[in-house]
Design a protein around this ligand. Structure first.
Ligand code: HEM
Ligand SMILES: *[C@@H]1O[C@H](CO)[C@@H](O)[C@H](O)[C@H]1NC(C)=O
Ligand SMILES: *[C@@H]1O[C@H](CO)[C@@H](O)[C@H](O)[C@H]1NC(C)=O
Ligand SMILES: *[C@@H]1O[C@H](CO)[C@@H](O)[C@H](O)[C@H]1NC(C)=O
Ligand SMILES: *[C@@H]1O[C@H](CO)[C@@H](O)[C@H](O)[C@H]1NC(C)=O
Ligand SMILES: CC(=O)N[C@H]1CO[C@H](CO)[C@@H](O)[C@@H]1O
Length: 326
C-alpha cells in the first residue's frame, strides 16, 4: 500500500514536471478513497455511448469548453433554466450543444456507485478526455476535485468567443481565462472532430460585411471551398450540419491544421489563427508536422482549460443530478 501511494505520489510529481503545471487545489487521486473506480465507470459509459452515437464525441468535448469558459469548470452549463432564471444552456451559443442526456446517464451510474461524491464538473472533464481518446486522440491525466456551481446565467455566455471572432478578440477572451496564445492555437484544434451548423459560418459565404451578395465573402476563406460550402448552406439555413474537418471529422488528428493552412478553416475564428505570427507558425508546423508534439500540447492545454476558475473544498456542492441544483 505504501509503495502504491509513493508511486501515485511520484506519478503526480512527474506530471507536474511534464506539463509544467502545479495547481494546488485539484488532485490526480482525489477520489482514490471515495470513488476509486470513477474513471473506469466514465470510460465504460463513454465507450457504450459513443458506440451507439459516435457523433457525440465532438459535442461532449465542446461542452467541457463551454463549461470552463463561463463561471469556470463548475458544471453550470448543464443546469436547466427555471421559472425565474434563464440558464447558460438556453443562451444562443448553447443552442447548438448536445450530449446532455448522455452526461446524465453517466451521472446516474456514478451516483449508484458512489452517491453524492463525484461532481458533474469532474464527470464532464473526464468524459471530454475520454471523448478525445476514443476518437483516436491523445489522453492525459485529469486533475479532480472540482465542485459544482449553483448558478447558471444565460447572458454570461457572452464570455464564449463567437465564431466570427478575430485574433484580437480570441486572445482577449482566452486571456480573460488566463489561457495563452499557445492554448488558443492548440485548443482550437478541437475542431478536428465534430460538426457545425451552417449558421455559424454562412456569413463568410454570403454576407461577410452585411451586404448580402455573392461577392460579400470572407477573404480568408478559400474560394473553391466557398463554392463547395454554398452547395450545402444557404444564408439563412439554421439546421444543416457540416463536418468541421471533412473526411476526418470522427478522428482526432492534425488534419485541422492542414485545412486552416489552406484557408479551409470552417469558422472565421479558425482562419484568424493565420493573423498572428506565433499561431500561424504553429498551424503550418503542425499541418505537416509530428502528431506526437501536437498531442502533448493538446493534453497540456486541456489540463490548463480544465483548471479555469474551479470551485474546490467547501465551495459549491456535489450535485445529485447535473441538470438541477440540489
Ligand atoms: C477558439 C474559439 C472557439 C470558437 C469561436 C468556437 C466556436 C465553435 C462553433 C461556432 C462551433 C459549431 C457549433 C454549431 O454550429 O453547431 C464549434 C464546434 C465545436 N467546437 Fe468550438 N470554438 C472554439 C474553441 C473550441 C475549443 C477550445 C474546443 C475544445 C477543446 C472546441 C471544440 C469544439 C467541438 C468538438 C465542436 C464540434 C461540436 C459538435 O460536433 O457538435 N471549440 N465551435
Ligand atoms: C428562483 O427560484 C428558485 C426555486 O425554483 C429559488 O430557489 C431561487 O431562490 C429563485 N431565485 C431568485 C433569484 O429569485
Ligand atoms: C476585431 O474585432 C473587433 C470587434 O468586432 C473590432 O473592434 C476590431 O477592430 C477587430 N480587430 C481587427 C484587427 O480586425
Ligand atoms: C447580414 O449581415 C448583417 C450585418 O452583420 C446582419 O445584420 C444581417 O442580419 C445579415 N443578414 C442575414 C440574412 O443573415
Ligand atoms: C431557424 O430559421 C427558421 C426560419 O428562418 C426560424 O423560424 C427558426 O426560429 C430558426 N430557429 C432557430 C433555432 O433559430
Ligand atoms: C440542448 C438544449 O438545451 N438546447 C436548448 C437551447 O435553447 C433553446 C431555447 O433558446 C431550447 O429550445 C433548447 O432546448
Amino acid at each position: 500500500m505504501a509503495s502504491r501511494a509513493l508511486f501515485l505520489c511520484s506519478l503526480q510529481v512527474a506530471f507536474v514536471i511534464l506539463f509544467g503545471f502545479a495547481e494546488a487545489q485539484l488532485q490526480l487521486n482525489f477520489y482514490s478513497k471515495t470513488c476509486p473506480n470513477v474513471e473506469d465507470i466514465v470510460r465504460k459509459e463513454m465507450s457504450e455511448i459513443l458506440s451507439i452515437a459516435p457523433s457525440l464525441a465532438g459535442p461532449i468535448l465542446r461542452m467541457h469548453f463551454h463549461d470552463c469558459f463561463v463561471r469556470g469548470c463548475d458544471g453550470s452549463v448543464l443546469i436547466d433554466s427555471t421559472k425565474n432564471n434563464t440558464a447558460e444552456k438556453d443562451a444562443p451559443p448553447n443552442q447548438t450543444l448536445r450530449g446532455f442526456n448522455a452526461l446524465e446517464r453517466i451521472k446516474r451510474k456514478l451516483e449508484k456507485a458512489c452517491p453524492d461524491t463525484v461532481s458533474c464538473a469532474d464527470l464532464l472533464a473526464i468524459a471530454a478526455r475520454d471523448a478525445v481518446l476514443l476518437s483516436k486522440g491523445p489522453t492525459w491525466p485529469v486533475w479532480l476535485g472540482r465542485r459544482d456551481g449553483r448558478i447558471s446565467i444565460a447572458k454570461e455566455t457572452k464570455q464564449l468567443p463567437p465564431p466570427t471572432a478575430n485574433f484580437t478578440q480570441l486572445t482577449q477572451m482566452f486571456g480573460a481565462k488566463r489561457l495563452s496564445i499557445k492554448d488558443l492555437v492548440v485548443l482550437s484544434a478541437g475542431h478536428t472532430i465534430g460538426t457545425s451548423h451552417c449558421q455559424s459560418f454562412s456569413d463568410r459565404l454570403y454576407n461577410f460585411t452585411g451586404k448580402v451578395n455573392l461577392n460579400d465573402i470572407d477573404p480568408l476563406l478559400d474560394t473553391q471551398y466557398i463554392s463547395r460550402l454554398r452547395t450545402r448552406c444557404t444564408l439563412t439555413d439554421n439546421t444543416t450540419l457540416v463536418e468541421m474537418d471533412p473526411g476526418s471529422f470522427k478522428t482526432f488528428d492534425t488534419s485541422y491544421y492542414k485545412l486552416v493552412a489552406k484557408g479551409r478553416g470552417l469558422l472565421h475564428s479558425d482562419a484568424s489563427l493565420l493573423a498572428n505570427s506565433f499561431t500561424k507558425d504553429y498551424v503550418f508546423k503542425h499541418a505537416n508536422g509530428l502528431q506526437s508534439e501536437f498531442f502533448q500540447d493538446f493534453a497540456a492545454s486541456m489540463i490548463n482549460m480544465g483548471n479555469v476558475e474551479v470551485l474546490t473544498g467547501n465551495q459549491g456542492e456535489i450535485r445529485k443530478k447535473c441538470y438541477v441544483v440540489n
